[in-house]
Write a protein that binds this ligand. Structure first.
Ligand SMILES: Nc1ncnc2c1ncn2[C@@H]1O[C@H](COP(=O)(O)OP(=O)(O)OP(=O)(O)O)[C@@H](O)[C@H]1O
Length: 243
């Protein structure tokens, strides 16, 4: 057994991946990959299609096991996928509180929905929601149990550009109130810049470069510093010509 649930202590990395290997047949998808995510840190994992991002996230979520190496994650973790994966036969509030126990579950669910701007929609059915609203419910569901780690697997990829920008603003706001490590997977350079404390670029089954993002929220929208980072990331991804 090589996935362990870490005992948490102060200042420890929330996620620690050491030399993880994952193979499918002859294909080595994760090739001795190392990655650490600190408590409270939002790391964006950026990489081209097929480079193994989802494979890594599945290991961290405990949905799959490595063939070699170690994966340490906290016990309380949540995952948000590209599709909302809400239960269509449950109302919005119930979808959020499904994993909760105790007498205050409903109150916590309502608070989580208020946080994502969906007060008043508690009794709606999932099919009555827009794509952006459904993903906001998914975020509320992920955060309601105060996880130590939130895994976000291209959660906004299916949304239109304007809704996606709104979701970026929402995630930045939520970070101030939830002290979780977050790992967000995307192949969208602009999304990475909009959200990350640190961007790690994945290729050939390993983490290549790791860049700290030191931009203010205003700079993230439009500035020379942002363009410089964008160019550097396109270089990291081998897409320099697309600038
Ligand atoms: N269960 C599996 N069986 C066989 N091959 C798999 C399996 N899961 C993933 N792969 C292969 O591993 C490689 C990496 O897949 P993965 O989904 O992790 O990539 P990704 O970086 O998330 O891609 P995308 O950005 O397109 O979602 C792909 O070549 C894929 O075909």
């Amino acid at each position: 057994m090589n996935v362990t649930v870490a005992t948490r202590s102060r200042r420890q990395a929330a996620v620690r991946v050491d030399q993880a290997v994952r193979r499918f047949g002859d294909r080595v998808v994760l090739d001795h990959l190392d990655l650490a995510v600190d408590e409270d840190e939002l790391v964006v994992l950026l990489g081209p299609s097929g480079c193994g991002k989802s494979t890594l996230l599945r290991l961290l979520a405990g949905l799959d096991r490595p063939d070699g190496g170690r994966v340490e994650v906290p016990a309380r973790r949540a995952i948000v996928f590209q599709g909302d994966r809400l239960l269509p036969w449950q109302r919005v509030l119930r979808n959020v509180t499904l994993g909760l126990r105790g007498p205050d579950a409903e109150r916590r669910g309502r608070e989580a929905l208020a946080e994502v701007g969906l007060s008043g929609r508690e009794r709606a059915w999932p099919k009555e929601l827009s794509g952006g609203e459904a993903q906001r419910v998914s975020l509320a569901r992920a955060l309601v149990a105060e996880p130590e780690l939130v895994l976000l697997d291209e959660p906004f990829a299916a949304l239109d550009a304007i809704t996606r920008l709104r979701m970026h603003g929402l995630v930045r706001g939520l970070r101030g109130r939830h002290h979780a490590a977050m790992l967000l997977v995307t192949h969208d350079v602009d999304e990475a810049i909009a959200l990350a404390d640190r961007i790690v670029v994945m290729s050939d089954g390993r983490i290549g470069t790791s860049r700290l993002v030191r931009l203010s929220d205003t700079d993230r929208e439009a500035s020379a510093a942002r363009e410089e980072l964008r160019s550097a990331l396109l270089d990291d991804l081998g897409l320099a010509g697309r600038r």
